[in-house]
Design a binder for this molecule. Structure first.
Ligand SMILES: Cc1cc2nc3c(=O)[nH]c(=O)nc-3n(C[C@H](O)[C@H](O)[C@H](O)COP(=O)(O)OP(=O)(O)OC[C@H]3O[C@@H](n4cnc5c(N)ncnc54)[C@H](O)[C@@H]3O)c2cc1C
Length: 336
């Protein structure tokens, strides 16, 4: 049996940030991921101002390629409502290379990264955790961090079935040199939206909502005259959860942290990775170390309910032609 202070399942942005900060703080940890890196992740790859400034603060030397995008267009039911230049660029990254470079910041400072799958954990009477991998390998540790994404197996063992998630599908389209981000809302898109995202080497069109099916995705692509291409899909969890055990910490998508309106998840992956490190180093419960994010999520749940209600959609229809107002809301949203 191997020993470590902390075992982190998942080397995505949440696990990588948490592992890097723990290693820097002198905590002995091991990161386990079942994928061979560099690995694919279905994602628009948009980093908002708050996401890249937080990342810069946490890992100042980290460099990555991105496409800066400032032009934003808002549509409602195929009707253009407003267009503007955002105060801060959105940095669109290719998740395959970005995630690989991020976990390398941890291995470069001597962090241990193992390819294996999580199978289960057990808490012994003396408080020690035994974590078993698919290979049969076992780790004895003080903390287990579940950073294993939207379909987290660590979360599954801690709290059972988790149904509060939204399916989002996307496909690549030819890269347009001057393309900006387009988002389209509609009362027919419950709790979701259609988007066009400029990306690196190709652009991306996607759609997700809480009643999403492959059929619905085809219908929406037809509505937008997008010729069919290879489609990829993934879940976005929409409700934050605690494991119920101070020594099992769920972060990033495993903890259900993505934004309930915009579906932005990268900022929350970095922030909860940072707070998991704080909880472990300071010996405080994660609920305490992450309390500002939990508060934010409570407010967000209320705002999301309003935003996607019939009343919300008709109010947005009324105010969305006011470019200055929409730009101000957008600029504040990407900063905080
Ligand atoms: C279509 C789509 C578009 C999106 N666009 C954006 C966007 O533009 N901007 C934004 O901010 N967010 C976006 N998101 C959300 C964002 O992708 C996630 O919030 C983010 O990837 C969460 O990071 P994470 O580290 O928690 O999980 P992940 O990035 O999913 O990483 C989890 C890791 O755990 C590993 N793993 C899983 N299970 C196991 C296991 N049993 N054992 C070992 N390893 C395991 C996986 O291989 C993976 O490497 C989008 C999501 C989708 C689905």
């Amino acid at each position: 049996m191997k020993k470590a202070d902390v075992v982190i399942i998942g080397a995505g942005p949440a696990g990588a940030v948490c592992a890097y900060l723990l290693k820097k703080a002198g905590v002995n940890c091991v990161v386990v991921d079942h994928a061979q890196f560099p690995r694919m992740k279905v994602c628009g790859g948009g980093l908002t101002h708050k996401a890249y400034t937080l990342l810069e603060r946490l890992i100042p030397q980290f460099r990555y390629d991105y496409k800066p995008v400032k032009h934003i267009k808002l549509m409602m039911e195929h009707e253009e409502r407003c267009e503007f230049e955002a105060a801060h660029e959105i940095r669109v990254v290719d998740r395959k290379t970005f995630d690989d470079a991020l976990i390398k910041e941890y291995t470069k400072i001597g962090g241990e990264f193992v390819k294996d799958g999580f199978a289960r954990y057990e808490k012994q009477e003396n408080g020690v955790m035994i974590v078993t991998m698919k290979s049969g390998k076992q780790y004895e540790c003080r903390y287990l961090v579940g950073a294993d994404g939207a379909n987290s197996q660590v979360r599954q063992q801690a709290i059972g079935n988790y149904t509060e998630k939204l399916l989002c599908m996307e496909q690549y389209v030819e890269e347009k040199a001057e393309a900006g981000i387009t988002v389209s809302l509609s009362p027919h898109y419950p709790n979701g939206y259609y988007y066009y995202f400029p990306s690196m080497g190709h652009d991306v069109v996607g759609y997700g909502d809480i009643q999403m099916t492959a059929e619905k995705f085809h219908d929406v692509m037809r509505e937008w005259n997008i010729p069919e291409n290879k489609i990829k899909g993934a879940y976005i969890p929409l409700k934050e959860v605690l494991s119920g055990n101070d020594h099992v910490i769920l972060i990033g998508d495993a903890g259900g942290f993505p934004n309930k309106i915009t579906l932005e998840g990268l900022y929350y992956a970095f922030a909860t990775g940072m707070n998991a490190c704080k909880a472990i180093v300071q010996g405080v419960p994660f609920a305490e170390a992450n309390k500002e994010i939990f508060k934010k999520k409570k407010r967000e749940a209320f705002h999301a309910k309003m935003f996607y209600s019939r009343f919300g959609m008709s109010s947005i229809r009324l105010i969305s032609s006011n470019t200055n107002f929409v730009k101000k809301c957008f600029d504040i949203g990407v900063e905080r």
